[in-house]
Design a protein around this ligand. Structure first.
Ligand SMILES: C[S@@+](CC[C@H](N)C(=O)[O-])C[C@H]1O[C@@H](n2cnc3c(N)ncnc32)[C@H](O)[C@@H]1O
Length: 499
């Protein structure tokens, strides 16, 4: 008889079931329970995919993928696994509606697959332009730039500086603010090739956080205790008889921009030399469209995709336009433009307003009002979603939700994602597979199983759900939620559907 080793024992899936969706049974949870009972059979606990694969952790060490430090990115390993699993043919076409730093696009390119991607952030454009040209750089030119970079220094009397917006005010030591202006002017005025100049811009962007008094931390930017913002906030607190802010960020000695930039540039050149020497250009195309997936995808023709690999913003209040305020400011976006971008984000912050009327108007104008109406019907008739909306309303009335923008965010999030799912169905060839990486969330004691609800919505659109790969490690809850409602582990999953 075959020996059963410990490692052959499959983990008990019930540990990944939620079972109590509404803390203290405060609201109805029947629809969510029914959904869970039905979809838990499709759920697999993954041994190969871990927390690192669905985060930027692994890419930090990855040539090429580390060029833009994008904490929200997933790993190239994950994309490669999915491409193999999906059996995407050479010269096939894969879409990533939420491209970010371009992991999906670059893994596709390195494996002879064409891709198309969207993002609203200009950093995405700069990153993907830089990466997709990896085989086109002239190493002699890059070496010359590196030498020049090492030899120049911002003069003491340089009279230009970084132009702050109010949200970034005082983010850099004064000398660093001058250096940023100096190296930017040097790059703008240089006669280097367009792709080399873009690469320098990417390296400056990538250096900004390190040389600043800020740190990207979860949902917002944290500020070092020496920054103007923190000093003023503490003076204000003291004047009001309050204690100064206790939890303080101390970034220690900050490097100069020149040091950081030289290092960044050197790393990038080393990657380029290595990749040009050891890999062959597959000549695969990357098409990037800077704009909202919600309004760009509808313009693409039917049945062209062999697969989709993506990770949308999570429904977790994370505001990309605040976390990346320094980078957006550096790229000369005005305060108004940044607010506009915030509203263009797939609804994932409490500030997002509904895009429903805009979508309706848009679909009417392009002569596809039927598609709009059908998609809205699917959203309105989804029982677990309706249960969640009702529960959140009750929780809000009960004072359990600290910002009622959460209700609009959750509603907008599912509405907008359903439009994306429906458009992707139209764009996929028969047999094409779709992977979405996402996290479940919890607000006011109500668990929102994003993976299962999305899978049901996709099913109602026409996709066949294949599996829901969930990570062994689940996510905890915020300290406020834990204190008030106890702990419920939240799944991090990759949902896989087929047309
Ligand atoms: C989780 S990140 C994707 C990271 C990506 N997988 C990577 O490896 O870098 C989600 C991305 O969606 C983008 N995004 C948000 N709203 C969008 C929209 N309406 N259209 C297109 N992209 C959007 C964000 O700017 C962010 O870059």
């Amino acid at each position: 008889m075959e020996q059963l080793s410990l490692f052959d024992i499959k983990p008990d899936i019930s540990n990944w079931q939620v079972k109590i969706f509404s803390a203290d049974n405060f609201t109805s949870q029947i629809a969510r329970l029914e959904l869970e009972n039905r979809l838990i059979n499709l759920t697999e606990i993954s041994d190969n995919i871990n927390r690192q694969s669905v985060s930027f952790q692994l890419s930090k060490k990855d040539q090429l993928h580390r060029w833009l430090k994008y904490k929200e990115g997933f790993s190239s390993d994950l994309v490669l696994n999915l491409l193999n699993d999906f059996k995407i043919p050479k010269n096939g076409l894969v879409m990533d509606p939420f491209l970010g730093s371009g992991t999906t696009a670059m893994v596709c390119k390195m494996n002879g697959i064409n891709s198309i991607g969207f993002d609203i952030l200009p950093m995405s454009r700069i990153a993907i332009e830089a990466k997709k040209n990896v085989f086109n750089y002239d190493i002699c030119e890059l070496t010359k730039i590196k030498k020049e970079l090492e030899s120049i220094t911002c003069p003491l009397n340089f009279d230009k500086t970084f132009h702050y917006l109010s949200i970034t005010d005082g983010a850099f030591p004064e000398k660093t603010a001058q250096e940023i202006a100096f190296f930017t002017e040097w790059n703008d005025k240089s006669n280097y090739s367009k792709i080399a100049k873009n690469l320098i811009t990417l390296c400056i962007l990538n250096s900004l956080e390190a040389v600043s008094y800020t740190a990207k931390d979860g949902q917002y930017l944290r500020w070092d205790y020496r920054s103007k913002k923190m000093r003023e906030a503490n003076e204000d607190r003291l004047a009001k008889g309050k204690h100064p802010i206790v939890v303080r960020l101390d970034k220690g000695d900050l490097l100069s921009l020149k040091e950081t930039l030289c290092k960044e540039f050197e790393n990038v050149i080393n990657d380029i030399i290595h990749i040009q020497a050891h890999s062959k250009d597959t000549e695969s195309e990357i098409t990037f469209i800077e704009g909202s997936a919600l309004f760009e995808i509808p313009q693409i023709s039917n049945e062209i995709l062999d697969g989709v690999i993506t990770s949308p913003p999570y429904c977790n209040r994370y505001d990309y336009t605040r976390t990346y305020a320094l980078e957006l400011n550096y790229l000369n976006l005005s305060k108004e433009r940044i607010s506009q971008l915030r509203q263009t984000l797939l609804s994932c912050t409490v500030e997002n307003k509904s895009k429903l009327r805009e979508l309706e108007k848009y679909y009417s104008e392009i002569g596809r009002k039927d598609f709009f109406d059908n998609t809205i019907d699917i959203i309105n008739n989804n029982a677990p979603l309706n249960e969640i909306k009702k529960s959140l309303l009750e929780r809000d009335k009960n004072g359990d939700i600290n910002n009622n923008g959460v209700l609009r965010m959750v509603d907008g999030y599912f509405t907008e994602l359903t439009f994306i799912y429906a458009e992707l169905y139209r764009l996929c060839k028969k047999g094409a597979k779709v992977a979405f990486v996402n996290d479940n969330v919890r607000y006011g004691g109500e668990v929102i199983p994003i993976d299962f609800i999305s899978t049901e919505l996709a099913e109602q659109i026409g996709f066949k759900p294949l599996k829901i790969i969930t990570l062994k490690q689940q996510k905890g809850n915020s300290s406020q939620q834990m204190k008030k409602f106890g702990r419920v582990a939240l799944r991090k999953s990759i949902t896989i559907w087929e047309k």
